[in-house]
Ligand binder design. Structure first.
Ligand code: ZN
Length: 416
């Protein structure tokens, strides 16, 4: 039975975790920082040491490639990201890249000839230090020149960072891949939550990366003297807004589980002890795994807000703030992950990803899938982030077997 080299993978994780290591035990490797460059150089060395081909594309994505005999074969991609948030953990992103590299080494050493190019890829700036998910968006042709002109990390720092990687805005835009050249994309990642640990399940099979919408809701009432205005003559904007907050939670639990809603901020105006609130501005955000459910959630939440406003004599207005589409994963890739877990006698369950990942962008150009392994205590984006060695190894073996399964189904994979 083919298995990845567990000690080698764990040693790689350990060695990479020392690059950008912080005193608290965590890691700081923001994209294009000195530590990120050091991690890239370290990765390149591992790739060349293994006798695999090393590539860097115009978006600074770095890859190990195990080519097929036929140059015209399609590419089966697996990976994640080597960058981290400041004071982040050792597993977020790193696990997916190193497990993919280990899968390539295992296939190569076993002398297994596959009808596809196998590529282990690390995408640039997943965490968005300078431009959120730059690498995967570039590959998926989901970046416009305007995005590159207004990076969230500031234009000057962004341009300096591109220079350190030896790339330019033009080369980033040119990094798009022809969807016809891609067989599939697979990403192993730590769950960053506690659902797997609590259920005692080894492998999470991701059904979709959730969509996220946010809006400002404005409840407009009438500011009034807090002493002389009779209680029954008030149009108190805070009463209406808080009635909505109380009921939105139950609405989502009852009708949209496992979707989530959050009211993250309320501005009460004019805002004084002795003035009945005349206006409340409320920051509303909600997430779900399908666009149809997102549409239904939007209608239900706005309906509820209108009801709460009317019941308190208020007028409701809303301004959309942001919108990220839900990214369903490929049914074929999900089945392949489940077959691989079954073959290795590992328990698995389907689940949504409530955090963003490179796979959400890859899913627009290739059948894509993700698998999760348990995060101890659900802790992530924190130096305490930890995944047990046996779960690391199990996840990497499921990744390997899923890649073998997808490679052998080559030619029948369809976009869905
Ligand atoms: Zn990540």
């Amino acid at each position: 039975v083919l298995k990845i080299n567990a000690p080698r993978l764990l040693a790689d994780l350990e060695a990479l975790g020392a690059i950008g290591a912080a005193s608290e035990g965590g890691v700081s490797r923001p994209a294009m920082s000195a530590a990120d460059l050091q991690a890239r150089a370290w990765f390149r060395l591992r790739v060349e040491e293994a006798g695999l081909q090393f590539h860097q594309d115009g978006a600074g994505n770095t890859s190990a490639v195990l080519p097929a005999a036929e140059a015209t074969a399609r590419t089966l991609l697996a990976g994640s990201h080597l960058d981290t948030v400041p004071q982040g953990g050792r597993y977020d992103g790193a696990l997916g890249v190193l497990a993919a590299l280990e899968a390539l080494r295992t296939v190569q050493e076993a002398g297994v000839a596959l009808p596809v190019h196998l590529e282990a890829i690390s995408f640039t700036d997943e965490e968005g230090a300078l431009l959120d998910m730059l690498g995967s968006r570039a590959v998926a042709a989901q970046l416009a020149p305007a995005d590159l002109a207004r990076p969230r990390g500031g234009l000057e720092d962004f341009q300096a960072g591109l220079g350190r990687l030896g790339i330019t805005p033009d080369s980033v835009l040119a990094a798009r891949r022809d969807p016809a050249s891609l067989l599939a994309y697979l990403e192993l990642h730590v769950e960053q939550g506690s659902r797997l640990e609590e259920a005692g399940t080894g492998i999470g099979v991701v059904t979709s990366v959730v969509g996220i919408r946010s809006a400002w809701l404005r409840f407009e009432g009438r500011a009034a003297h807090a002493g002389t205005t009779p209680m029954d003559r008030r149009a108190d904007a805070l009463l209406g807004a808080s009635a909505f907050v109380q009921r939105a939670r139950q609405l989502v639990l009852d009708r949209f589980a496992p979707g989530v809603v959050n009211c993250g901020q309320m501005r009460v105006l004019p805002g004084a002890f002795n003035i009945v609130p005349g206006r409340v501005e409320l920051a509303l955000e909600y997430r779900h795994g399908s666009e149809a459910e997102m549409d239904a959630m939007e209608a239900a939440l706005l309906g509820l807000a209108a009801e709460a406003a009317a019941a308190h004599g208020l007028v409701l207005a809303q301004t959309p703030a942001s919108r990220a589409r839900a990214a369903p994963m490929s049914a074929q890739v999900m089945s392949a992950v489940e077959a691989a877990a079954d073959r290795l006698s590992l328990s698995h369950r389907r689940m949504m990803s409530f955090a963003g990942h490179d796979a959400q962008w890859l899913s627009t150009v290739a059948p894509s899938g993700m698998l999760f392994v348990p995060s101890v205590g659900g802790i992530s984006h924190n130096p305490q982030e930890f995944t047990r060695p046996e779960d690391v190894v199990n996840g990497a073996n499921v990744l390997l077997y899923t890649l073998l399964e997808l490679a052998s189904s080559q030619g029948t994979t369809t976009r869905d």
